[in-house]
Design a protein around this ligand. Structure first.
Ligand SMILES: Nc1ncnc2c1ncn2[C@@H]1O[C@H](COP(=O)(O)OP(=O)(O)O)[C@@H](O)[C@H]1O
Ligand SMILES: O=C(OP(=O)(O)O)[C@H](O)COP(=O)(O)O
Length: 399
């Protein structure tokens, strides 16, 4: 990557300078308690933050959390993340109650050398995600005013053309952080000439984001295994009833086209675990994929599907997996994700797992992280990188 990195910035000296770090601290939260259920993304940014702290910078961290709608929403506050980040750094993290307002300005102004502040959720501001260049630019101006230099270490968000990712680097001296650098180095192994068979497994719930990626990836992969919330739009395209499962109705034709264009390449579930409700204690049964009752929703792939996917994975030499196979957060619907994850660890292949929830699933299910070649913090970001797209966050660092 021909872009400047953290070592270049450290080499210039950062003591006493305000360094704005864009991190991806979009961690999963327990829906009932609001507790952080997996702190992997916070840990992933520690090498960059610790290096800046040690070098005496005034470190100003910013991130999004979830998808609030451009205004403050307490359920998406980063306050709990500030607490956890402080524990991991071994020093308190000063939390600003807003992102670019009075609280942010006074918090940053009060930082001593080597101290860290975390700004409130970037997405509480309309300008962060706006499609209007001027609106995004105006927010980027305010954000950039809080730093003297900018580090992008938010690999999970480099595919977003958002103010903090795409517009701030145009306003400040900018470098890639340690995490972004490492992610790109590892993922580049999958873009050149991956050892074959190359098998990609896709699941999760960000269906419309990822359907677009499938189109681009299809010619380069040997097998595409589809589970999770993703599979129902494909099953519908095959003419099956999917009950009240997650469905992207306007994408059904696209899915049909994809299957017709690459016959035999896409593997879909042959059985699914269908439940009465989206709840941990919901009544559920394994049913054939063409027999989901109309009042039920698919929350996991079934055992026959796991066996089929495992057989395909056992042949692979390169594997990329993004998106849990089911609602793994609920024990009754975690078997598909566990089965596929175990099959990946057993394969004699270079394997990459990408995505906040997929990485969290690996840890929550107690799997040995070292049996994967790489666990990426970005799902959508790594998929778009593999697709060969110019990622707004990376392009901005190159300029
Ligand atoms: N069948 C399903 N129905 C609804 N949600 C699902 C289903 N399968 C998986 N999910 C959910 O998908 C979420 C993760 O999706 P996504 O954000 O796309 O993955 P990642 O963060 O790894 O990129 C998990 O919270 C999981 O519960
Ligand atoms: O969780 C994320 O992406 P991922 O689920 O694709 O890994 C990133 O934090 C980006 O979040 P976004 O998809 O709401 O822009």
């Amino acid at each position: 990557m021909s872009i400047r990195n953290l070592d270049d910035l450290l080499g210039e000296g950062v003591s006493g300078r305000r360094v704005l770090v864009r991190a991806d601290l979009n961690v999963p939260l327990d829906k009932q308690t609001g507790d952080i259920t997996d702190d992997g993304r916070i840990r992933a940014v520690l090498p960059t933050l610790s290096a800046l702290v040690q070098a005496g910078a005034k470190v100003v961290v910013c991130s999004h959390l979830g998808r609030p709608k451009g205004a403050p929403d307490p359920q998406f506050s980063l306050r709990p993340v500030a607490g956890r980040l402080g524990e991991l750094l071994g020093a308190p993290v000063h939390f600003a109650e807003d992102t670019v307002g009075d609280s942010a300005r006074s918090t940053v102004a009060g930082l001593a050398d080597g101290q860290v502040a975390l700004l409130e959720n970037l997405r509480f501001n309309k300008g962060e995600t706006s499609k209007d260049d001027a609106e995004r630019g105006a927010f980027a101006d305010q954000l950039a005013a809080l730093g003297d230099a900018y580090v992008d270490d938010a690999f999970g968000a480099v595919h977003r053309k958002h103010a903090s990712v795409h517009d701030v680097p145009a306003r400040l001296p900018h470098v890639a952080g340690r995490l972004v650098l490492r992610e790109v180095e590892v993922l580049s192994r999958l873009t050149g000439d991956p050892e074959r068979p190359y098998v990609v497994v896709l699941g999760g719930s960000k269906v419309s984001d990822k359907l677009a990626v499938i189109e681009a990836l299809l010619p380069t992969v040997d097998r595409l295994l589809i589970g999770g919330g993703m599979c129902f739009t494909f099953l519908k395209a095959q003419g099956h009833e999917v009950g009240t499962s997650l469905l992207e109705a306007e994408m059904v034709d696209t899915c049909r086209n994809l299957m017709e264009r690459a016959p035999g390449k896409i593997m879909l579930p042959v059985d699914v675990v269908a439940a009465d409700a989206f709840a941990p204690d919901a009544a559920h049964d394994t049913v054939p994929a063409d027999g989901i009752p109309s009042h039920r929703l698919g929350l996991d792939i079934g055992p026959e599907t796991v066996a089929g996917f495992a057989a395909a994975l056992s042949q692979a030499k390169t594997i990329f997996w993004n998106g849990p196979m089911g609602v793994f957060e609920m024990a009754a619907f975690a078997n598909g994700t566990r089965g596929v994850a175990e099959a990946i660890t057993k394969a004699d292949a270079f394997s990459v797992v990408g995505g906040g929830d997929s990485a969290a699933a690996v840890r929550a299910l107690g799997l040995d992280e070292s049996s994967f070649g790489h666990i990426s913090t970005g799902g959508g970001a790594s998929l778009e990188y593999l697709e060969g797209k110019t990622l707004p966050g990376i392009a901005a660092l190159e300029n």
